[in-house]
Write a protein that binds this ligand. Structure first.
Ligand SMILES: Nc1nc2c(ncn2[C@@H]2O[C@H](COP(=O)(O)OP(=O)(O)OP(=O)(O)O)[C@@H](O)[C@H]2O)c(=O)[nH]1
Ligand SMILES: [Mg+2]
Length: 234
């Protein structure tokens, strides 16, 4: 398969503590275009990115789902890799995300924290609450809609996606449920999902805004809505 036009999208909201610690490890040359979508940082994140020559787009509303949409609306790239520079994701895997998608002819490739050989942030703990809840949501998506190989991590935000396939999914959500919804809709449409194992690390500073209870409620509501829709996407 020929090389697709690639966009690397950095997603930020108040990441001035973590971002400078890893920025120089981001392989910017892996993409034809690099830009950031920022959720309204007040801590100097935008100025930092601009000082590094990265174009920064704002969002009409807060939330990762809104940021995903702003990115796909702003580019003519054929494939987008979403990367969150807070320390959780390994920047060295960015080229792998693009290459796996192109080599496998996939519509979506997820950097999996659950696949064989992967590492999840909670793997060193006895109680892996977030991992287990993630695995339960992932199991339900696979059981209900997936006709292809089992997808081990439907939720991780570190992923590469074909722009046209993402647009077909019509994911109109603003919040943290965007990645789960994208994975479900890809399954519903019978699109091709690939994965590779990744190593999830701890944040390098700053604050998480993904609070467990509200995020869990958002996921449950969306799952029920998707069940009501059946195999339709809207
Ligand atoms: N563009 C954009 N990015 C956001 C928004 N909210 C969060 N982010 C970014 O999305 C990434 C993930 O958010 P986190 O709050 O770290 O969620 P998490 O990774 O589940 O939580 P931790 O494990 O504690 O890091 C980070 O890079 C945030 O800066 C938003 O509204 N817009
Ligand atoms: Mg994070």
């Amino acid at each position: 398969m020929s090389r697709l036009k690639r966009a690397l999208v950095l997603l930020t909201f108040n990441e001035i503590e973590a971002l400078p610690k890893l920025f120089d490890r981001i392989p910017l040359s892996a993409a034809d275009e690099v830009f950031a979508v920022d959720g309204g940082s007040k801590d100097g994140t935008v100025a930092y990115l601009e000082s590094k020559g990265v174009r920064v787009l704002g969002q009409p509303r807060r939330g990762r789902g809104c940021a995903f949409q702003v990115a796909v609306d702003a580019t003519d790239a054929e494939v987008l890799c979403y990367f969150s520079p807070d320390g959780n994701e390994d920047p060295a895997d960015i080229p792998k995300a693009f290459e796996t998608l192109e080599a496998g002819g996939h519509d979506l490739v997820v950097a999996s924290r659950m696949a064989k050989g992967a590492h999840n942030e909670e793997d060193d703990q006895a109680i892996k609450a977030r991992k287990w809840v993630n695995m339960a949501f992932t199991f339900l998506a696979n059981a209900l809609w997936n006709r292809g190989p089992y997808v081990t991590d439907t939720i991780n935000g570190f992923r590469a996606v074909r722009a046209d396939s993402f647009r077909r999914c019509a994911c109109r959500v603003d919040g943290f449920v965007i990645e789960y919804l994208m994975s479900i809709r890809m399954m519903k449409l019978g699109l091709r999902i690939g994965e590779f194992p990744t190593h999830e690390s701890a944040r390098l500073g700053g604050q998480s805004t993904a609070h467990s209870w509200p995020t869990g409620v958002e996921f449950t509501r969306q799952l029920l809505k998707e069940i009501r829709l059946g195999r339709r996407v809207s």
